[in-house]
Ligand binder design. Structure first.
Ligand code: FES
Ligand code: MG
Length: 567
């Protein structure tokens, strides 16, 4: 049975008095005894004037409330931190764990039998699931949904794959000041998350495939009426979960569902960030993401979803084509369909809901994939003993096997200052190396892995080069880019030992990346290692620096991973 207001009662004297006090205070808000004697469903309120992606959160909260009340529960919305990509200094990744701690502790602190997690902008859904998994009560995810597409002079625009491209044209003088202003009002034409297959869409699809949200919840556009109906249904499901006292996220985050999420991540050509967040979510359930398994999945699972940046379409088109349930049908041979879901059944139930949409071209059949293998590969070698990742689906095929001379930047600032210097000693065959942009190094592992092509080479027509770093990359970017090199340079990883002129060999076919410098020389360099910046002395910066783990552990804090202690 649901415990309602009795949940987590802290004792002021006797238990009866504690409950009496709680009732007295909550009745100040006008609740009746009848209302209070019901399963309580918490709803995270992540609306914020600084988070336009969550602009529909107030309407979604109303829809969830309706669903909860129609099913006989009592909805209680409560605020948590909200994180938007563009308004999160130094990076949204830096704040993700703070949001997860806030979410966890507010779920734990307040009496609720189940919780609805409303989020969507890149780091928010991972943060919420991490927190709810650690808090341990039944939780169901409700994504805010993707934006609808924009239009400009007959062209379809999407945030933010087209942002960089159009700004590039503006810098080149092809788009004037007045027009770029107009475009800034058309790239993100509604509330909701970026409508390409960036991190937000990637996470929403993976979460649905893990059974943590309702079928179809990933792709319904944010402004659609259907999104609100999904909210109402989510409220109903939350009450059911409260009554059944399950499943809690840890029952849904299993080896099988993690594998299902990895299959989907490869098949949607998803964001590399998806892998980091999945590792963090797994860590909260006491599990690990096996990078070798992820690589093996990528060798057999094709890219089937034709969305930007790998393909042509946008999230609303994925929705109209049958969305995740239809994709699951196509991926059936690779999936563990017995994995449980928030509905109390299995992932097979989601798949069986799939609608066949005649003539749709967004979800390809296995017989005609967008790419014959998955989007990402995991690399090993003396440069990355803990692994690295390359989104080879978005790379230049001719550069996937490449040996070149290192051109080293020791920090993001160093790169910004020198990359366009006409005197920079660089050719198109070189390998651009960015150090100290990992979890501790920058800090917060910024999306700096997409190093720009040095201007003089770009002007000569060079479109891509091999670029390697311990940073992340936006899910909307492309190029021959090796990311998440682990361990990072700032903790003494071999990436920090690279010097200008060293030779680096990328061998994607054999999943290797090597620094071609002999062992004795590397040991000599390692002996001279000093951390790139002093450790912060106070506040969240200190907590982050002292406890953040590497990319293979999801960049979570070491004390947050693993099973929660019994209270
Ligand atoms: Fe929020 Fe892209 S900025 S999802
Ligand atoms: Mg992003």
């Amino acid at each position: 049975m649901a415990q309602g207001l009795r949940k987590g009662l802290t004792s002021y004297g006797d238990a009866g008095f504690s409950l009496f006090l709680r009732k007295a205070f909550i009745k100040a808000a006008g609740y009746s005894d009848d209302a209070l004697d019901r399963p309580i469903i918490g709803i995270t309120d992540t609306a914020s004037d600084f988070n336009p992606c969550h602009g529909n959160a107030p309407q979604l909260i109303e829809a969830v409330r309706r669903g909860v009340m129609l099913s006989g529960g009592l909805p209680m919305a409560f605020p948590t931190i909200s994180i938007h990509e563009s308004f999160s200094h130094p990076t949204s990744m830096y704040l993700r764990n703070l949001m997860s701690m806030d979410t966890e502790e507010m779920i734990r602190a307040q009496p609720m039998d189940a919780v609805v997690l409303i989020g969507g902008c890149d780091k928010t859904l991972p943060a919420q699931i991490m927190g709810a998994a650690s808090a341990g009560i039944p939780a169901v995810v409700l994504p805010v949904g993707p934006m609808v597409v924009g239009h400009h002079r007959g062209e379809v625009l999407g945030a933010c794959t087209d942002c960089r491209r159009l700004w590039g044209q503006h810098r080149a003088g092809k788009i004037d000041e007045a027009e770029i202003e107009v475009i800034s009002g058309r790239l993100a034409p509604s509330v909701g998350t970026c409508m390409v297959m960036g991190t937000a869409s990637t996470m929403a699809c993976m979460i649905e495939a893990m059974g943590l949200s309702l079928p179809y919840s990933a792709a319904i556009p944010a402004p659609h009426a259907e999104r609100l109906r999904c909210g109402e249904a989510t409220g109903r499901v939350a009450v059911e979960m409260a009554r059944r006292q399950g499943p809690a996220p840890k029952a849904l985050v299993t080896k099988g569902s993690l594998r299902n999420a990895m299959v989907v991540l490869q098949a949607i050509g998803g964001s590399t960030n998806g892998l980091v967040h999945l590792a963090a979510i797994a860590g909260r359930a006491g599990l690990e993401v096996d990078l070798e398994e992820f690589d093996a999945i990528g060798r057999e699972v094709p890219v089937l979803v034709d969305l930007k940046p790998s393909g042509d379409h946008y999230m609303e088109h994925l929705h109209h084509a049958g969305a995740v349930p239809r994709l699951l049908q196509e991926l059936e041979p690779f999936l563990d369909l017995d994995a449980p879901t928030v509905l109390g059944g299995t992932l097979r139930d989601y798949m069986n809901l799939a609608e066949d949409v005649p003539g749709q071209t967004v979800i390809r059949p296995r017989s005609n994939p967008l790419k014959s293998t998955g989007g990402m590969a995991v690399l090993r070698g003396n440069l990355c003993p803990g692994g690295a990742v390359i989104k080879h689906a978005a790379a230049t095929p001719g550069l996937l096997q490449h040996e070149g001379r290192a051109v080293v930047f020791t920090s993001v600032e160093d790169m910004t200052n020198r990359i366009d210097d006409p005197d920079l000693d660089v050719t198109a065959d070189d390998v651009l190396v960015l150090q100290n942009a990992g979890p501790k190094g920058a800090p917060g592992m910024p999306e700096a892995g997409y190093l720009p092509i040095p201007r003089k080479l770009a002007q000569a027509g060079v479109k891509d080069m091999v670029r390697i770093s311990d940073a992340r990359m936006s899910g909307t970017a492309f190029g021959t880019i090796v990311l998440h090199i682990t361990p990072e340079a700032a903790v003494g990883g071999p990436l920090g030992l690279v010097r200008d002129g060293d030779r680096i060999r990328l061998d994607t076919a054999n999943r290797r990346i090597e620094l071609l410098v002999d062992e004795a020389e590397l040991e000599r360099r390692a002996a001279g290692f000093t951390p790139p910046r002093p450790a912060p002395k106070r506040g969240y910066a200190k907590l982050f620096h002292d406890t953040v783990m590497q990319a293979d552990k999801g960049v979570d804090f070491d004390f947050l991973a693993g099973e929660a202690e019994e209270e």
